[in-house]
Ligand binder design. Structure first.
Ligand code: CAA
Ligand code: NAD
Length: 284
């Protein structure tokens, strides 16, 4: 199936990056947010990234303008009615995602493919909440989307061969390196990454060392681009908390249980970079 017009649900950390790479690859891209404030914040993030890319000599001014020209924002579902593919990147919550698909299915045509950028929810369960379980799959991008090459493509039990092939080819058309991942909690990457991040929090709570020393240990000692606390703040502590709960619910293994400190930080509004404070403090 040919994809020309792409809808993106959510213009947060991930939705903004996803909308950017779709528009940069030449797709007409429409991103939907819940209100003007979130929409303008997300569109502002895209423009800032592109402007910085121009300043760094990584993006031409022409490519920036073409990308921005291919993109539009809306707070309505109606704006997505002509989309061939809709990529959902809203909050990591089954009920919220389900409600969004129900609202969207009233608007789009029968051929439209839905994919979720969920980090940990069951793709088969998400597909089953729609009337298009064969035209539904997982397309899991990595943060920051414009810089990270990997995309995981996940088949629900119900995903048709045509949908899977279309979505895989679409990921390639964005200049990404797709891999096929199973419909298990955390797919491939988060299955390995999330227990490591949660373990770092538990170890810190148990007095392993200062945040800065643990981060420095993993960057300089193992060559990781970011230490675990820098990465946790980057991903978002709320999102990490939701992911941990979902994975723990499925696996029932202590390695996936959210550490008490993570829960308390989320309750205190310390969500990481996006809120100005997580394990570290940031300018917002
Ligand atoms: N536009 C275009 N290019 C840009 C850019 C911009 N605005 N900003 C930076 N770049 C380019 C740089 O020029 C540089 O290119 P070269 O390598 O060719 O020199 C490259 O991007 C890296 O940028 P920087 O040198 O400025 O930054 P860095 O070296 O510190 O790398 C990073 C930044 C890529 C984010 C790196 O720190 C990193 O890989 N961090 C780990 C991120 C990670 O693990 N993400 C996964 C999170 S988990 C997840 O996403 C899944 C989930 O479900 C939770
Ligand atoms: P975020 O909190 O930065 O953004 C979520 C956005 O969705 C918010 O701006 C919110 O207003 C919006 N939203 C909520 N309900 C909506 C609706 N019904 N319609 C449109 N917009 C709606 O979160 P994020 O980090 O971008 O995560 C989004 C999804 O991507 C989650 O499923 C998460 O698990 C997944 N993910 C996150 C990361 C990461 O590193 N943060 C990486 C890969 C995948």
């Amino acid at each position: 199936m040919e994809i020309k017009t792409v809808g993106v649900l959510g213009c947060g950390l991930m939705g903004s990056g996803i909308a950017q790479v779709c528009a940069a690859a030449g797709y007409k891209t429409i991103v939907r947010e819940v209100d003007e404030t979130f929409l303008n914040k997300g569109l502002g993030r895209i423009k800032k990234f592109l402007d910085e890319g121009v300043a760094k000599g990584k993006v031409t001014a022409g490519a920036r303008d073409t990308t921005l020209g291919n993109m539009s924002g809306s707070t309505t579902f109606d704006a997505l009615k002509d989309c061939d593919l809709v990529i959902e990147a809203i909050v990591e919550n089954l009920e919220e995602k389900q409600q969004t698909y129900t609202a969207l299915e009233k608007i789009v045509n029968d051929r439209t493919i839905f994919v979720s950028n969920t980090s940990s929810l069951c793709i088969t369960e998400l597909a089953a909440t729609t009337t298009r379980p064969d035209r539904f799959g997982g397309l899991h991008f990595f943060n920051p989307v414009p810089l990270m090459k990997l995309v995981e493509v996940i088949r629900a039990l119900t995903t048709s061969d045509e949908t899977y092939q279309t979505v895989f080819a679409f990921a390639e058309s964005l200049g990404k390196e797709p891999i096929t991942a199973p419909d298990r909690p955390g797919f491939i990457v988060n299955r390995l990454l999330v227990p490591y991040l949660l373990d770092a929090i538990r170890a810190y709570e148990n007095g392993l060392g200062a945040l800065e020393d643990i981060d420095k240990g993993m960057t300089l000692g193992c060559g990781y681009p970011m230490g675990p606390f820098t990465l946790l703040d980057f991903v978002g502590l709320d999102t990490t908390y939701y992911i941990a709960n979902i994975m723990f619910e499925e696996f029932r293994e202590p390695a996936y249980a959210p550490p008490p400190l993570l829960k308390r930080m989320v309750l205190a509004g310390r969500l990481g970079r996006k809120s100005g404070r997580g394990f570290y403090k940031y300018e917002v």
